[in-house]
Ligand binder design. Structure first.
Ligand code: IPM
Ligand code: MN
Length: 353
């Protein structure tokens, strides 16, 4: 197969981890005779510096014509106080909106060889759930502003039936291939948007009568994710709660650096690790490339390349078993490997498999 992939390295450690992700794609391409063609595009602070906006129109166009987008990270403390629309993160939000990537899928899986979570070991074994996070609406995209004297501010949270139904369908369909269980996480005891979510997901559950649906308030869900993580299979939630719960869930896995994500629209899709640009780690060759490597495996699954996806997962697992790991997931007594070394090991595993 031939696939055109637009690659956005972005800021901070973005270029370092994307380099490893591409190494893996090339190894897969060679082994399975696929042609992956890359086109690089700018976003984030590097785009602000070169073009004056965190999301140039050219980048959006390049993403819209691609078969998929591979994304590194955006964010730079230098721009923290820039006005709304001009920060590196705004570039990513704009791209999600322009590509209509409404469904963000974030798998949370633990590996028994990694023990750097502060949570008790016996609670961690065999955790495997997925967060389905709505990605193009809610409080992230509602009207926002300040009063004239700047002493009052607001962020408006909006959801429509259509927006909830479309991600609802994705979650219900996915549940059929998993444990047939969805937990809707909301704050329906306080928020009207949450009540709408409950109403709609509840109605949809009659169409998918084979799927068990339960409902949990987000404050309780945050507690349950830590106390009782194995009770979850698919967590369906809005944009803001999904953002918060995914970082929280990463504590179970030991490192945010391990977690991939897929952002899916009706026609377009983007794949990116969950972590940010990790400015403190730039240039040190210590960033964990597994989040972006597993994002590549989610991309291949999206292309229908299942054998390829499974091989990447196997290679990643093997690198962890052999303790070829960056410091974030390795106990101090072991010698850690660099970003580059982890990428090389996984690529070689694929090559020699
Ligand atoms: C994420 C990130 C983004 C978000 C930021 C960078 C805008 O935290 O993908 O989880 O809040 O969605
Ligand atoms: Mn986040």
């Amino acid at each position: 197969m031939k696939k055109n992939i637009t690659v956005i390295e972005g800021d901070g450690i973005g270029p370092e981890i994307i380099k490893q992700a591409i190494k893996i794609l090339n190894a897969i391409g060679k082994k399975f005779h696929h042609d992956f063609l890359y086109r690089k595009a700018l976003a984030g602070s590097i785009a602000i510096e070169k073009i004056g906006t965190p999301m140039p129109i050219k980048t959006i166009d390049d993403c819209l014509i691609a078969d998929a987008v591979l994304f590194g990270a955006v964010g730079d403390p230098k721009y923290e106080n820039y006005p709304f629309g001009m920060r590196p993160e705004d570039g990513l939000l704009k791209l999600r909106k322009e590509m209509d990537l409404f469904c963000n899928i974030r798998p949370i899986v633990t590996y028994s060889q990694i023990n750097k979570s502060p949570i008790k070991k016996e609670k961690l074994k065999g955790i495997n759930f997925i967060i389905y996070r709505e990605l193009t609406s809610g409080i992230y995209f509602g009207k926002k502003g300040r009063s004239l004297n700047k002493e009052e501010a607001y962020d408006y949270c909006f959801y429509s039936k259509k927006e909830i139904e479309r991600i609802g369908r994705m979650a219900f369909q996915a549940a059929r291939f998993r444990k047939k269980k969805i937990t809707l996480v909301d704050k329906a005891n306080v928020l009207e948007t949450s009540r709408l979510w409950r109403e709609i997901i509840n109605k949809m559950s009659f169409l998918y009568s084979d799927i068990h649906v339960d409902f949990l308030y987000v404050d309780n869900a945050a507690m349950q994710i830590i106390l009782n993580p194995k009770k979850f299979d698919i967590i369906l939630t809005d944009n803001m709660f999904g953002d918060i719960l995914s970082d929280l869930s990463s504590v179970l896995t030991s490192s945010l650096g391990l977690l991939p994500s897929a952002s899916i629209g009706n026609k377009k899709s983007l794949f990116e690790p969950i972590h940010g640009s990790y400015p403190q780690g730039v240039g040190k060759n210590i960033a964990n490339p597994i989040g972006s490597i597993l994002s590549v495996s989610m991309m291949l699954e999206y292309f229908g390349m299942y054998k390829e996806k499974i091989l990447i997962e196997k290679a990643v697992k093997n690198s962890i078993e052999k303790k070829i790991c960056t410091p974030d997931i390795l106990e101090y007594k072991n010698k850690s490997s660099s970003t580059e070394e982890v990428g090389d090991y996984i690529a070689n595993y694929i090559k020699n498999y």
